[in-house]
Design a protein. Structure first.
Length: 463
């Protein structure tokens, strides 16, 4: 096998001669923006199929394989650890790679990982294949970040980013319904096989649909097309040393990115805690049927769907692009919603679903805004890296909801579970509240003095 040719597949596409006819530029931009957007949207929906398949098969695996909650929590933690590490590394690589092949290959490989997971029974092999799944899951979002950054301008990106982020919720809402149908009928293994097969097919579809950045199709940059200033050098003209320099100056030395990343840790503890353990809580503690519990989780995703759109649009419309105020208000609301869900008596399924909807709405707002803010506060050629860096912290938080939170439940019961989520919601509020006036748009500007990145001038720029 010629590995150099294999690596060449992931390298950015070459730039052809630029198109100069304004009508052709207009026509091609209109066509490719729509095609790129729906491709990354539906592609990411199926990344969620192969990430959350295990989550909703857990109750059946407990009965079939005799595992404890802590045992299954280990598998959840392994996925989130490998995914978090992969997201950072893949973010850096994605800034230098062709998103077409990077995303499609990741989806195919995560589908294959699900198939092998379904064939396994021992904790060792389950951990191995679920860890591999986490690695390939990290190939999903960074290419989406790159496409959104290069195909949509700063002034419109908040709305498009938030709409794109609803793909989490579409996938998250569909997979429990699929598992609730296939699991009791065919067994938990088919709850892994079916999402895996579908994702392999969708990965092949992405190979046909996606393309690289606008320049690879002879189109001008999005800033030029939209009449905005464009001072950035094309991605394909940058050599590796400069990419490493961007990694340091734009991300690792950027105080704003570090603060956002820290808040992301707690956001993901709350989000993943409800998403992964909610169905077990409703089924085991509240006594709802598996189908009723899965339906409640689907309402969590429906709330998240609307919360994503509201977050992008609302932070632009009401806070002039400042993302932090919206996140702070959501964190405050989460405190009350979690208390209500915790102490609601059993038997009020409609109220359970309503509270799940509200919690989903409130947690997915910060979830999409942290990633967006991280991408906006750096040069756009480092957007994937910044987003992946923050995402690494997020999935360390998600990993904490696996074995550690499972152990909390085993020792202190569900009261310990809800107390942990309340503490994390308070932490989100306390970390972000001092940054209420922090500017919401970095505009892809170079940060001249990264060690002073948290100093905000009267004009709202970072200095």
């Amino acid at each position: 096998m010629n590995f150099s040719k294999l690596i060449d597949i992931f390298r950015p596409a070459a730039f052809p001669e630029p198109i100069t006819d304004p009508d052709e530029i207009q026509s091609r931009y209109k066509y490719w923006r729509v095609r790129i957007f729906y491709s990354i949207y539906f592609g990411y929906v199926f990344f969620y199929f192969t990430r959350k398949s295990f989550t909703f098969a857990m109750p059946m695996m407990i009965n079939d394989l005799g595992f404890s909650k802590a045992d299954l929590g280990i598998l959840g933690s392994i996925l989130y650890i490998t995914y978090g590490i992969s997201k950072f590394i893949s973010g850096f690589l994605s800034d230098q790679a062709n998103p077409r092949y990077f995303m499609a290959t990741g989806l195919i490989l995560t589908g294959i990982s699900n198939l092998f997971f379904g064939l396994s029974s021992s904790i060792l092999y389950l951990a191995l294949f679920w860890g591999l799944n986490g690695i390939f899951q990290g190939w999903g979002w960074p290419p989406c970040t790159k496409q959104l950054t290069f195909w949509f301008s700063q002034k419109e990106r908040g709305l498009w980013w938030s709409i794109k982020s609803t793909s989490h919720n579409v996938g998250g809402a569909l997979i429990p319904l699929l598992v609730a149908f296939t699991g009791p009928l065919l067994g938990w293994r088919w709850s892994m096989y079916i999402p895996g097969i579908i994702s392999i097919i969708m990965g092949l579809w992405l190979l046909e649909r996606l393309r690289d950045v606008p320049g690879s199709l002879g189109l001008p940059s999005i800033e030029t097309y939209k009449g905005e200033a464009e001072a950035d050098k094309p991605l394909q003209q940058r050599d590796p040393p400069e990419a490493r320099e961007l990694l340091w100056s734009q991300v690792l030395s950027n105080g704003a990115v570090w603060v956002l990343a820290l808040s992301y840790f707690f956001v993901y503890v709350v989000r993943t805690g409800f998403n992964d353990w909610g169905i077990v809580w409703l089924n085991e503690y509240k006594g709802y049927s598996y189908g009723e519990a899965a339906g409640s989780i689907a309402w969590f995703e429906v709330g998240g769907f609307l919360g994503c759109i509201a977050a992008g649009w609302g932070s632009d419309r009401f806070f002039q692009g400042r993302r932090v105020p919206f996140m702070v208000l959501c964190a405050l609301g989460l405190l009350f919603a979690i208390v209500g869900f915790w102490f609601l008596p059993a038997g009020f399924l409609i109220a359970e679903n309503l509270l799940m909807f509200i919690i989903g709405f409130l947690v997915f707002g910060p979830q999409i805004l942290v990633g967006l803010a991280a991408a906006e506060f750096v040069d756009k050629h480092a957007a994937c890296t910044a987003n992946g860096f923050a995402g690494c912290f997020a999935y360390i938080g998600a990993a904490s909801t696996g074995y550690p939170l499972g152990k909390v439940i085993d020792i202190w019961g569900w009261h310990g579970f809800f107390l942990a989520l309340l503490i994390c919601s308070a932490a989100i509020f306390l970390i972000l509240f001092p940054l209420w006036a922090f500017p919401g748009r970095g505009g892809g500007k170079k940060i001249a003095e990264p060690e002073k990145v948290l100093a905000v001038s009267p004009q709202g720029s970072i200095s």
